[in-house]
Design a protein around this ligand. Structure first.
Ligand code: UD1
Length: 428
């Protein structure tokens, strides 16, 4: 298994190209199941999760053609043509769903188009129990019958889905996406209330519109969808990855560096930028993206609570904790989205951080310096938080199990090395 070796202490300077958003790309790829015509997606990142989705869609009979790099070349992103003419199978098997929870996003499109679908239950996950009950209640509201059998969700709608009012009792990104996709082919009008408002959902809705769907309220917590008998071909470009953007912003901040993040937009990371500014980091819009610098002394402690968008994203909690671990003063980080999302804490403490977890909150007392150590990556965002901490630490850090990183960060070591980091991948 690959490892990453980092020798810390170098301020990062330069520019980093931000890729397309993984969490937008996955539902967009699943949306290809809604039509017999080709959905052409560009600016797709090159990540393990995208490959898993390609395998899953291929298993479901989708023809995937890779059309090389997007115009502009280099590593800007890839272009895929996805054609779901006739599904070979309507089952998402355990082996793929186990590897990536977002596999459950094929359920809505399959059910809406073919009146049946079978998807393995995702099962336990490292960052909490993460059930799919909200997805299933939404499908039932649209008239589907759901059964759980032998570890699989079996959903049928023999007479097609019917538009309905779906009120989510709590906000879920995946459930909003699944019901939104299903509603585009349901008969009549569907309203989705208490919908998640993440930019990736707006991205999905705009792509569905380009495919012929009728959707109102994009960007708000109430989406109204008027079902159509069929959708059609479209070309669509995936939005920039706001979590990758914010992660490299923290890389600049934690190393006392100066990085321009290219191909991304400040408005996508508003909540993170606010926190960084409070912590003493300079964040500004530049001609081709965002410039992040820290020149004036140590980071200041800040209290932060994760919330659904537009609040502070849970997917940035671990990275921010790494930054606050070297701040002046104390910070309280409260995680409200997932239980058990503090697995990076013991690893950061092994580097000398002073962090105590009390239920869903962590008290971070800043220390002057972290020191390098041998560490174990536990999940995607936890892994990158260890890389960030290592960039600022004294001495050498080895991060094991970096396959977690490869699920969500494209060429992380190359991007950081180009800004002056002493980082390399050790291949086994
Ligand atoms: C998506 C993101 C993930 C991010 C998360 C929250 C993708 C591919 N993944 O995950 O990176 O961390 O949003 O911003 O986009 N819940 C239920 N029942 C359900 C569904 C969810 O109780 O049926 C709970 C979850 O356990 C969690 C909360 O709702 O506590 C939010 O989860 P959700 O927004 O659904 O996250 P995902 O879509 O899985």
């Amino acid at each position: 298994m690959d490892r990453i070796r980092i020798r810390g202490g170098k301020p990062l300077k330069g520019s980093i190209q931000i890729g397309g958003a993984k969490n937008a790309a996955l539902p967009l790829m699943a949306a290809s199941l809604l039509t017999s015509e080709t959905l052409c997606l560009s600016n797709l990142p090159h990540l393990a999760d995208i490959t898993t989705m390609v395998h899953l869609l291929s298993e479901l009979g989708v023809e995937v053609s890779m059309n090389g790099d997007a115009p502009g070349g280099g590593h800007i992103g890839r272009v895929f043509g996805l054609n779901a003419h006739e599904p070979a199978d309507k089952t998402a098997p355990y082996d793929l769903v186990r590897r990536m929870r977002a596999s459950v996003l094929v359920l809505g499109p399959l059910l809406a188009r073919w009146g049946e679908a079978k998807v393995s239950l995702p099962g336990g996950c490292a960052i909490g129990t993460r059930p799919v009950d909200l997805h299933l209640k939404g499908f039932e509201a649209l008239g589907a019958e759901i059964e759980l059998e032998e570890g699989y969700i079996r959903a049928v709608a023999p007479n097609g889905l019917k538009g309905a009012h779906v009120l989510f009792p709590s906000v879920s990104v995946g459930a909003t996406e699944n019901i939104l996709m299903a509603a585009t082919l349901a008969e009549g009008t569907t309203t989705i209330a208490n919908a998640a408002r993440e930019p990736e959902i707006a991205d999905l809705a705009y792509c569905l519109q380009a495919m012929g769907a009728e959707i109102d309220g994009i960007g708000t917590d109430t989406l109204t969808v008027t079902g159509k008998p069929s959708l059609h071909a479209a070309n669509y470009q995936v939005i920039p990855d706001r979590i990758e953007t914010a992660t490299y912003a923290v890389a600049a901040a934690i190393t006392g560096g100066d990085i321009t993040l290219k191909g991304t937009r400040l408005e996508l990371i508003d909540a993170v930028a606010d926190v960084l500014v409070k912590a003493g980091v300079e964040v500004s819009e530049s001609e081709d993206g965002i410039r992040v610098t820290r020149t004036n002394g140590r980071i200041k402690g800040v209290d932060v609570m994760t919330e659904p968008y537009p609040g502070f994203p849970t997917d940035m909690q671990a990275q921010l904790m790494a930054l606050l671990a070297v701040s002046e003063g104390a910070s309280m980080i409260t995680e409200t989205i997932f239980e058990n999302r503090f697995m990076h804490v013991p690893e950061l403490c092994r580097m000398g951080a002073d962090i105590n977890v009390h239920g869903s909150s962590a008290i971070v007392r800043g220390v002057e310096k972290l020191s390098g150590a041998e560490l174990m990556a536990t999940d995607l965002r936890a892994s990158v938080s260890l890389v960030l901490a290592a960039l600022a630490a004294e001495g050498e850090t080895i991060v094991n199990r970096v396959y977690h990183l490869d699920r969500g960060y494209e060429r992380v070591e190359e991007k950081l090395a180009a800004c002056g980091a002493d980082i390399e991948r050790l291949e086994d």
